[in-house]
Structures are given as structure tokens and as C-alpha cells.
Design a protein around this ligand. Structure first.
Ligand SMILES: NC(=O)c1ccc[n+]([C@@H]2O[C@H](COP(=O)([O-])OP(=O)(O)OC[C@H]3O[C@@H](n4cnc5c(N)ncnc54)[C@H](OP(=O)(O)O)[C@@H]3O)[C@@H](O)[C@H]2O)c1
Length: 370
């Protein structure tokens, strides 16, 4: 065999080996989150998107179908979908895939686990509306790529944290890494959005709603550690434009300077430090202008002009791209579960699909200190 033939054979071997590694993934639930997840799966050459599960017979099926994605339906509801072009039942699709990403409304994931995924022995990722506590727990692990990536390799059922829970990890983990024992307490007030941008039929109600016993603190402690001195309260306000977290970080030792605090996020792919955004809408509008997919930034935005140092406390505010932030996290989690990949390699592959470094750079340039 000549040199050229050898090279061709090597390339062919690599391609065959590569194809053997392509995994088949199904998305059950096609709302704000499922729609985005299905989209990134199509952008990932290592994944075949088997299709998506639809539970309501409506016009959306035709839109999904015309975008080139197969639609599957629950076996028991076959007759309701007679007028649509359906590829098969969700049950049959699950039989042919390596992993399912459940993106159903909160609480449905647990039922799906019991009725569909566990009986088939299929790996599953669940979203933030589920729980890791109590009789309806979907998993014993709540994933946050900054915190516990290394613990989920090969796991069969894992829950991805919700947007607020993911956001707290992106801010608190770098703080802990940088200041360790000097930190004595975190107090977070979550100002939550009422609805998502796509949920046009959901009316915003003119009130500030208070949330009793918000799950976010306990969820964050599921990966930060139960003894983390984290205290969370939450309200909901009538906006579609992201969540805002108001965070007080209390120190017991020497206080850092504010620029030192901002600098710890320099290498965080999922955190941008912005100075001149007057509100969360400015950030979203910039994402729209720049043509970011789904107008998502996929990140946390520290509003650096709001950081204040007072006594033993650093006060910060950061906004959280409610739908976009968990999508790269699902991608990281999927890689750990399907490929058991090292963190660094997984992060690089997620970056190749989402281009977050470029988004961060553009956001920071646009909202730079004037
Ligand atoms: N929206 C966010 O910002 C956000 C952020 C982080 C995490 N999450 C979490 O992500 C999950 C999904 O939220 P979402 O905002 O995408 O909700 P969503 O927009 O209401 O979408 C959920 C979809 O699930 C489908 N569905 C209904 N019953 C189902 C079942 N039994 N099994 C599978 N799918 C079913 C529904 O579609 P059809 O009836 O039309 O089929 C619906 O479109 C929740 O756990 C939520 O807490 C949401």
C-alpha cells in the first residue's frame, strides 16, 4: 500500500470509528427547553436526533416536521393524531435510542421515568422542574458542570438544575475557589421572570408574587454541599426578560477589592461581566441584534456597575438567561453520561457547539465600562 493509500485508509478507519460512536438521542417534550435541546443536538455531529415527543395534537407538529425533525406520540393517544404526519410512538422511539432528554413540564419527568425510561433501562436526563428529594426524586444527583461534572460519568438518571439553580453555581463556585475559608455566608434574592419569551399565550399578571419555601436553595446545596451557608428567597415579577439575582457575599477574613471579585470570572465561559446594561432587556435585545440562536446568551451577566463593597459584604447583581443557560449544561451532562468524557474535553466540545466564548466577548465589548 502506498503512502497516499495508507493515509486514506487511516482516514476511513477514523471515520468508521467515529460513526460507531454516534449516539442516538430522543427529546421528550418540545416546549421552551425541549425545542432548544433538539436544536443543539442537530448541531452536534456526534449525535443523531431520533426525534421529539409531542403530547398535544396541534399545528406545531407540522412546524417541527417541516424543520426536518421526526415527531413521535404516546401509544395510547394514537387516534388523536390521525391527521398529522407522525413517525411513530414515543415507546418505539425510546427502544432505539441511547439516551432520552426529558423536557416535560415539572413533575412529568418522574412519571415518565417510572412508566417509560426505567422499564426500558434507558439513560435519562431530567430538567429543573423535577426533584432529587422525596418520593418523586428522579435521581440522587443534581448536576452542575462547575461543581460535580466528574461524578456523573456513566450514571443512568441525572437531573439538570433549573436556570436559577444553575446560575447560582456559576457564580458561587468560582467565589469558593478564589476565597475559600474567607467566605462566611451567601444571601440570594431571586427576582424571577413570569414567563418565557415564546410563551405568548401566557399573560403577565400585574403583581409581585412571593414564593414560599423556594426549592432553589436546597437544590443548589444538592451540589454545593448541604452545609453551604446559602440563604435564598424568591419573588416573581411580570417580565419575560430573564431572572435577576441580588447576592450578598459575606466575608469573615480580609475583604477582596471589587476588581478582584470581577476578575475571577475572566475564564468562566458562562459568565460575562457587563458595565452598561440598564436592564435585562438590553442584554436580550443585544443578543437579538447579534443573531444569537433563540436570542439566548447561554450565560450569567454580572452587572458590574452594581457591585458594592460595604463592611464585611460584597453586594452583587447578576442576570440569568432563563431558558438559554441550561442548554449547554444539558450538553455537558449528556457527554458525561454517554461518552464518559473528561471535563476539559467536554467543555471544548460544548464550546464548539455553542460558541459561548465569542458571545461572552461580544457582550463584554458592547457593555464595556465607558
Ligand atoms: N423555561 C425555562 O426557562 C426553564 C429553565 C430551566 C429549566 N426548565 C425546566 O424544564 C422543564 C420544561 O420546561 P419548559 O419551560 O420547556 O416547559 P414548556 O415550555 O411548558 O414545555 C414542556 C412541553 O412538554 C410537553 N409535554 C406535556 N406532557 C408531557 C409528558 N407527559 N411528557 C413529555 N412531554 C410532555 C408539552 O408539549 P405538548 O403537550 O405540546 O407535547 C410542553 O410543550 C421543566 O422541568 C422546567 O422546570 C425550564
Amino acid at each position: 500500500m502506498g503512502k497516499e493509500q495508507n493515509a486514506q485508509q487511516t482516514n476511513l478507519n477514523k471515520w468508521v470509528a467515529g460513526m460507531a460512536c454516534v449516539k442516538r438521542v430522543f427529546v421528550n417534550g418540545y416546549g421552551s427547553i425541549g425545542n432548544r435541546i433538539a436544536s443543539f443536538l442537530r448541531d452536534d455531529p456526534e449525535i443523531t436526533l431520533v426525534g421529539v415527543g409531542k403530547h398535544t395534537p396541534d399545528e406545531r407538529i407540522n412546524t417541527i416536521k417541516s424543520s426536518g425533525v421526526d415527531v413521535y406520540i404516546p401509544e395510547k393517544n394514537n387516534d388523536d393524531f390521525a391527521q398529522y404526519d407522525i413517525a411513530g410512538t414515543i415507546e418505539s422511539a425510546l427502544d432505539s435510542c441511547d439516551l432520552v432528554i426529558d423536557a416535560s413540564p415539572g413533575g412529568c419527568g418522574h412519571k415518565n421515568k417510572k412508566n417509560l425510561y426505567e422499564p426500558r433501562g434507558i439513560r435519562a436526563i431530567y430538567q429543573g422542574g423535577e426533584s432529587v428529594r422525596g418520593p418523586e426524586a428522579v435521581s440522587d444527583v443534581l448536576f452542575n458542570s462547575e461543581s460535580n461534572y466528574d461524578t456523573v460519568a456513566g450514571k443512568r438518571h441525572v437531573m439538570q438544575g433549573s436556570c436559577n439553580v444553575t446560575g447560582m453555581g456559576r457564580i458561587l463556585e468560582p467565589l469558593r475557589a478564589a476565597f475559600g475559608d474567607r467566605l462566611s455566608r451567601f444571601d440570594v434574592t431571586l427576582v424571577r421572570r413570569w414567563a418565557d419569551i415564546e410563551q405568548e399565550d401566557k399573560q403577565l399578571v400585574d403583581t409581585i408574587e412571593m414564593t414560599e419555601n423556594p426549592h432553589h436553595g436546597e437544590d443548589a446545596k444538592a451540589y454545593l454541599g448541604a452545609d453551604t451557608p446559602l440563604y435564598v428567597r424568591a419573588v416573581k415579577v411580570p417580565t419575560r426578560q430573564m431572572h435577576l439575582h441580588i447576592l450578598d457575599v459575606r466575608f469573615s477574613g480580609k475583604m477582596p477589592e471589587i476588581p478582584e471579585v470581577h476578575a475571577i470570572y475572566g475564564n468562566s465561559p458562562g459568565v460575562a461581566v457587563l458595565w452598561t446594561a440598564a436592564g435585562t432587556r438590553d442584554v436580550r435585545e443585544f443578543a437579538r441584534t447579534m443573531g444569537f440562536h433563540f436570542t439566548d446568551t447561554n450565560m450569567i451577566h454580572i452587572h458590574a456597575n452594581m457591585t458594592v463593597s460595604t463592611g464585611d459584604t460584597i453586594q452583587m447583581m447578576y442576570s440569568d438567561d432563563q431558558t438559554g443557560i441550561v442548554i449547554p449544561e444539558n450538553h455537558m451532562l449528556m457527554q458525561a453520561m454517554l461518552f464518559e468524557r473528561e471535563y476539559k474535553e467536554a467543555r471544548a466540545h460544548t464550546e464548539s457547539v455553542f460558541g459561548m466564548a465569542v458571545k461572552k466577548q461580544k457582550l463584554q465589548e458592547h457593555f464595556a465600562k465607558s
